[in-house]
Structure formats: structure tokens, C-alpha cells
Design a protein around this ligand. Sequence first.
Ligand code: KIV
Ligand code: ZN
Length: 521
Amino acid sequence: MIDKDKIFIFDTTMRDGEQSPGASMSLEEKIQISRIFDELGIDIIEAGFPIASPGDFEAVSAISKILKNSIPCGLSRASKKDIDACHEALKSAPRFRIHTFISTSALHMKHKLNKSQEQVLDAIKESVTYARNLTDDVEWSCEDGTRTDMDFMCKIVELAIKSGAKTINIPDTVGYTIPSEFTKIITTLKNKVPNIDKAILSVHCHNDLGLAVANSLAGVSAGARQVECTINGIGERAGNAALEEIVMAIKTRNDLMPYTTGINTELLSKASKVVSNATFPVQFNKAIVGKNAFAHEAGIHQDGMLKNRETYEIMTPESVGVKKTSLVMGKHSGRHAFKEKLNDLGYVDVTDDIIQSAFGKFKILADKKKHVYDDDIAALVDDSMISEKSVINLKSLKVFAGTGEPQRAEMTLDVYGEVKKTSETGDGPVDAIFKCIKVLYPHDVKLQLYQVHAVTEGTDAQATVSVRIEEKGKTTVGQTSDTDTLVASANAYLSALNKMIIKRKKTSAPIEHETQKVKGI
Ligand code: KIV
Ligand code: ZN
């Protein structure tokens, strides 16, 4: 058998992924995600941007201590201060990578850096050499690579390798390239850079034109051997290339892409759930991990599937860890079965208190609702996880809605241990509910999104409400479910607010000015 080339999978869910609006993850969530990623077989985990905030530093440092297989990595600009912070956060790991980058397109050099080509060349030499003295695993990236002059790119890639970079990453920072152009860029680097064989070429594609995965695969076919991606494709703006799509495309079309990855694909679904629990829901029709990815609705398709699965199925749900059962448990199911189910659904490391609280809610739901599905259970655990850390909690809610009268809500909240009550009217019941919260806990945030969808089918289905709020450029998302849409709305808003309170604390430490500067890359 011919040995297939290995494609290294570099995950940046907790760094670039976290830069998506509303995707900030707590330290506990990042640790939980890292454990799954380690098991999943990810080669390199970019755990954060240590200089950016004390929270990022702490996360990179904690993750570096727990990884058993994956190599931890931190991001730094081309500055000694950034590289030192990276090194400090990573150094307890037996092996680690420092990833340093600088913008190289004419546009970025002029308007963002205000530097000439010569100054950028000096910065590359200095930063890569500095990092190389701290570790032999240095990755260098040319930000806005796909809009960089090709002759200049050949020169800087050669310099970065000469200065000690072992991995050269070519980002399509603004998701601008197309597969044929990206193929040409990678091929040119392979052909023109004299020392290119001393480094691994990597690709890092954003999805602004919906081409991130196609461009990454074009890069691989042209000779790149590392792909940077995120679970569920989360990331700045339209996101990054989705890890699960890259891996399954290589696996499914191995006839045309004869490469291997170290990913245990049966854990993809679990990884996706753990990430979406910490960030936001995955769209139903998302490839590989969307709820509908393996659902066959049309009669003609179902008929074909019954005769031979391959008629309409190019990969099996089992190959990505999707279990067939979706109708799960009833009111007679015990605590042990419930715990097992949580594990199956990707909820690992859940505390006994959360299990107890979710189990209580499950029993109440099972009494109300004929069928309790996997997604219902996932929604209950999410709620229990959120309320565990909350400082503002809903005690009671009554809503007066319908035609005629103005809609009114009566609410009791526990605010930092103090029970407070109010009654407000609004433009509709949801508006009245949100007004009550504002009166009981005065705050000034912008509501960016309010969305409702049913968790499962039927009029007795739970509704999941998602709320995104924004305060001084920071966003948080709250998501909760209940058979009562208005209760879910109140709790979703409170969840986003509780997260904002945590976020305020996390980023109010001394190097906040760095956070703002850095996250504005
Ligand atoms: O998109 C980008 O250019 C990046 C770099 C920092 C690698 O995320
Ligand atoms: Zn990026």
C-alpha cells in the first residue's frame, strides 16, 4: 500500500473561532472543548492569543497543561512582548508552537501598519528569530496573504524559513480568493521559494464568499500539508473553513484526494455539539453536523434509501458519530440512563449539581410532553449549565397578552441574592418582559438578535430562544428552551446578560487596552 501524505489539522476554534460575534467561551468551556479536541486527533490546537487579554492568557496556559496528544499553540503579533506572553502561557507543555504573524499586502502595510516592505522584512526576521530561540516549533503567517504581491510573498516566505519558521501559513484573511487562484499561489510558492522544502505549507481560509473549504482543499491539492480550520466553521464574519467538512471531504473523496488526517471522525458530531453549546446553534442544513445533514424527507429518497443506502448517502451518519435513535427517554427513565444519555450527547465533565438540576427539569418535561428527544435533553442541560453561574435569575413570570389591552408582564427576579418585583407594559409580551428585566437590573445593552425556533416537532415542543446583546463592542448570546416561549425569552435574555456580567469582569483587567487593539486585527 502506498503511504498517503498526512494533512495536519490545525484547529483555531478557540482563537479565530472565538472572534465570531457572540462566540466567547468561558475557561471551563475551553477546557472541556480541548479535552474533546485532544481525543478527536487534532494535531495542533491554537488555544488563544495570550497578549490579548488575561482570559486568553489563562486559557492558553490551562490548556497547555492538559493536552495529552495535541500540540498547544498561541498567537502573537510580530513583537517581542507578544511572543514572550505566548511563550509564558505555553511553556509548561512538553511541546508547543508559537504562531507569529504580520500583514503583508500593500493595503494592510500602508493603512494598518504604516510600514514599508523593508520594515516588514525586518520585523519578520526579528520576530521569527526571536520566537525560534524560544521553541523550534515556530509558525509564521502573512496576514492578507491572498492579496499580497506574489514576488514579495516569495521573498518573505524565504526569509521566514531562513529565520527559523517550520510552518508557513498563507491566510485568505478576507475570504477573497477562489480555488484556481489559490492553487496558483501555493504552486508558485512551491516552485519559486528555494528553501520551501524546509517548511510545511499551511492554508487558512475565511468564508466570506462561501469558498473557505473549497479554497483550503485547492491549497492541499497544490501542496499544502496543514489546514487551519474551526469546528462548525465558526470565526470572524462569515467564519473559517469548517474542520468537519475538510476532514470528511478528504475521507469521502479519497479517490481524488489521497491524503490522511489523524482525525477520529466518529467524534465529529460530539465535538460540534460541545462547541455549539458554548457558542451558538448550528444551522439545520449545515454539512456534516447540521440536524438535517442525514435526514431524508422526500418519499422518493426514502424509498431509495430503504432499497440501498448508497442511493442517496455518500457517507454514513455513524461515520461522524450521529446515532440513529432520536426518540429517547420517558418519565420512567432513571438518573443513570439520563447520565449515560448526556455522555452520548457530548456532555462530558458535567458536575453532579448540573446533572441533578437537568434531571429534575427532564422529569417535569416528561410529564408535560409525550416524546422527549435528544435535542430536548440537550436544551435542558444547556439551561442548567447557564443558571449555575448566573447572578440574576428568574423567580416568576406572568404575562398578559392577546388583543385589546396593552401587553403586560409581571416579573420577580433574584438579583445578586435580592428578590425584586415589577410590572411593565410593552409593545407585545416580549417587549414587556425585556422592560421588566431592565427595570429590575438597570443596564445599557443593545439587543442585536431575538430568534425563536422549535427544538422538536409538535405544538407541545420546547421553543429555543436565542438572544444576542451588545455592550461597548462586546457581544454575548443567550439561548434557553422551554415549552413556554415567553419564559424561554426571559431566560434567554437573562442568560446573555449573565454572560455579559462575566465578560465585563474577565476583560476589565490591566491589559484591556491590549485586548481592544489586538482583537481589532
Ligand atoms: O485570518 C488571518 O489572517 C488570521 C491570521 C492571524 C493567521 O487569522
Ligand atoms: Zn483568520
